[in-house]
Ligand binder design. Structure first.
Ligand SMILES: [Zn+2]
Length: 303
């Protein structure tokens, strides 16, 4: 009997050791198993891998194929952990409940209401990446979507228990009787009954201390927004939403063909570029697959 207990203990110790050896970053273990849901002492930004979107149409973005380094797009989702609460920014392209992760990349096919079709390759679920940090969707305080396009809303329903921060024009468009061409209303339908704060100022300071600010940047959609984070060590970071998709849009001054309002997009870009210059913040273009590849991914984080 005694020998059996020792054997079990040994097995447990080996398992712990194996876990420690496998973890790519010792901070990851601290975050998931020891710290649990205790809020961090200062602001953290986690970057989740929400897939690779295979775009095949450069002209939609007013480019010739040879003007772009690549047509592929990253899909990024983000968790912002603040001492006073948590915020999820964008929720991916494929709903977690539509597939089962196996650890190897899988390609999903999406058909949009306007008949457009897209392939997207994914490896990890959003919920799985949250769970790795010790969070479940019910732990999230705020849900914020940069905008309503299908490739940003896939898991929105999972966060229906959070407080949704949205502009009235965007919400109205999302629940319009006829679904917009590039939306998947079934992925966000539960938000209709969510606790909602309608944003009606150009800037919304989420936690009241100037470190997490939603900025209105309309044009791509009527209520499109971007997110500014003031991180203690990293400095200022702006999450772009779809203010730009390809970095070449910024360099060559191109506006996609499918904007809700191109003039608004141009004005928003000028306003955000001025803000970036003033604050010295970096701009992270969410769909920029080359830029995204250089970012630390969760469970690592920026602080
Ligand atoms: Zn978009």
């Amino acid at each position: 009997m005694k020998r059996k207990i020792i054997g079990l203990l040994l097995a447990a110790a080996t398992a712990v050791l194996a876990l420690a050896v496998q973890a790519p970053d010792s901070r990851a273990i601290t975050a998931s198993s020891q710290q649990g849901l205790r809020p961090p002492q200062s602001l953290r930004l986690y970057v989740f891998d929400c897939g690779i979107l295979h775009n095949s149409d450069a002209a939609r973005y007013r480019f010739k194929k040879e003007e772009l380094a690549t047509l592929e797009m990253s899909v990024a989702c983000f968790l912002i952990a603040h001492p006073k609460g948590t915020l999820v920014w964008d929720t991916g392209t494929v709903p977690d409940n539509a597939w089962t992760p196996t650890g190897t990349p899988t390609t999903q096919h999406i058909v949009l209401p306007d008949g457009q079709q897209r392939d997207i390759t994914i490896v990890k679920s959003l919920k799985g990446q949250l769970a790795e940090l010790g969070y479940s969707p019910s732990d999230i305080t705020y849900l914020v979507l940069s905008h309503y396009h299908y490739d940003h809303t896939a898991n929105a329903n999972e966060f229906a228990g959070a407080t949704w921060l949205v502009r009235q024009v965007e919400r109205d468009a999302m629940f319009a009787e006829k679904a917009l061409g590039t939306t998947q209303p079934s992925t966000y339908s539960a938000l209709r009954d969510s606790k909602t704060i309608i944003l009606d100022t150009d800037e919304h300071d989420v936690f009241g201390d100037g470190t997490v600010i939603i900025k209105s940047a309309p044009g791509h959609t009527p209520g499109h927004q971007v997110l500014y984070l003031k991180l203690a060590k990293t400095g200022g970071v702006m999450l772009s939403g779809d203010l730009y998709h390809y970095p070449e849009e910024r360099k060559l001054d191109r506006v996609p063909t499918f904007e809700f309002n191109e003039e608004q997009t141009r004005a928003s870009r000028v306003m955000i570029e001025t803000f970036l210059k003033k604050t010295g913040a970096q701009l992270w273009i969410q769909h920029d697959i080359i830029g995204n590849a250089k970012l630390k991914k969760s469970p690592n984080f920026y602080d």
